[in-house]
Design a protein around this ligand. Structure first.
Ligand code: ZN
Length: 162
């Protein structure tokens, strides 16, 4: 039996629910997600609980925000002028845009509110501040290939295709 450890590729099915019990995400039937264990491909709280498990096992993992997508940070809500959104006819709360962060990284921001010529955008991860529960079913555990290790992610079913 192969146990989940660093440099193993793990395929799993999952259902993700929030504190209120609402389903947020789910892997497609017959299309598990694959990740490379020990390379921060998935959130730390889930990776930690999968360590040492094997194919065929099911587990339910509840992860606090700090071990998931981080605490919600009010400082990450910013006011930007309407003219920053050239070419966008109407801006409404809930819309998402790609923006460049302070460190030059690309990030997704969500429009929180629009007031006259001011737009309030939120750069928090959409799941920041949420306690998440994953129902996980481990489908396969195998050693990573050299390519996967050098890329830092899983290839093949449920992994990266490139
Ligand atoms: Zn790759």
């Amino acid at each position: 039996m192969t146990l989940i450890a660093k440099d193993m590729v793990v395929q799993f099915n999952y259902t993700l629910t929030n504190d209120a019990g609402e389903q947020l995400d789910k892997s497609e039937a017959g299309a598990p997600l694959a990740y490379l264990h020990g390379h921060a491909n998935i959130i730390p709280g889930l990776e930690k609980e999968l360590e040492g498990k094997s194919a065929g096992e099911s587990l339910k993992v509840t992860v606090e925000p700090a071990e998931a997508y981080g605490e919600y940070n009010e400082q990450m809500v910013q006011e930007v002028p309407r003219e920053m959104f050239q070419g966008v006819d109407s801006i409404e709360a809930g819309m998402q845009f790609q923006a460049q962060g302070d460190a030059g990284q690309m990030q997704i921001v969500t429009v929180k509110a629009v007031e006259d010529d001011k737009v309030f955008v939120d750069a928090n991860h959409p799941l920041a501040g949420q306690t998440l529960t994953f129902d996980v079913e481990i489908v396969e555990v195998r050693a990573a290939t050299e390519d996967e290790l050098s890329h830092g992610h899983a290839h093949g079913v449920g992994g990266h295709h490139h």
